[in-house]
Design a protein around this ligand. Sequence first.
Ligand code: ZN
Ligand code: FE
Length: 256
Amino acid sequence: MATLQIHQFPCLSDNYGVLIHDAERGVTAAIDAPNAEQVRAALKEKGWKLTYVLTTHHHGDHTDGNLELKAETGCVIIGPRAEANKIPGIDTEVGEGDAFRLGSFQVHVLDTPGHTLGHISYWIPAASVAFVGDTIFAMGCGRVIEGTMEMMWGSLAKLAKLPPATRLYCGHEYTISNAKFALAIEPGNAALVKRADEVAKLRAEDKPTLPTRLDIELETNPFLRVTSAEIRKNLKLEAAQDWQVFAEVRERKNRA
Ligand code: ZN
Ligand code: FE
């Protein structure tokens, strides 16, 4: 079976760039292009030639490299249909239910709106990996900028149903701040206490805390843990609907 090589690298102040590569087919995709120069340097380091950019959403810290990389490499830019007019250089528009081949791999598109209205995630089941942009972070989630709280909750709930061993690649390294906040609202979560300790050590050595894995997020991410009795009790939302608990957690994080 073909292997999908994945190379993650820091970009800008706290973004991650990701390259995925199918050596057998000579296919390389960048997941978002925060910055042309840094993506170019990563390609050079790996000796890979860019063939695709997979865009998750229109924000500049995910798309600013698109046009330059396209001009240099002739790569095809795939991105969200629902905000295609805001994706520089977009060639192929995709949305929920679409799937396309990337070398030997089938990529499935999930609509994950909320952070932006058209935000999408890319799931590659055969490689047990999903690229979730600014929807989920380690112990966190994206700010709900364009969509509604209910919409964002729907996106998180959708990702939460992927196979638990799915590795999640996220757009930003916000883990330390997320862990601190998560501990404040669910201090009795032993898995969270342990993980907060682990990520603090990684960051102290300047190592990435990502990718994460869905089962780890289900145990430690307060934005996914809306059924936790401890969180509901702390928020005085014992009888609320799941999305309402999510909304309160998100609002508290905004103020934190
Ligand atoms: Zn964003
Ligand atoms: Fe971002």
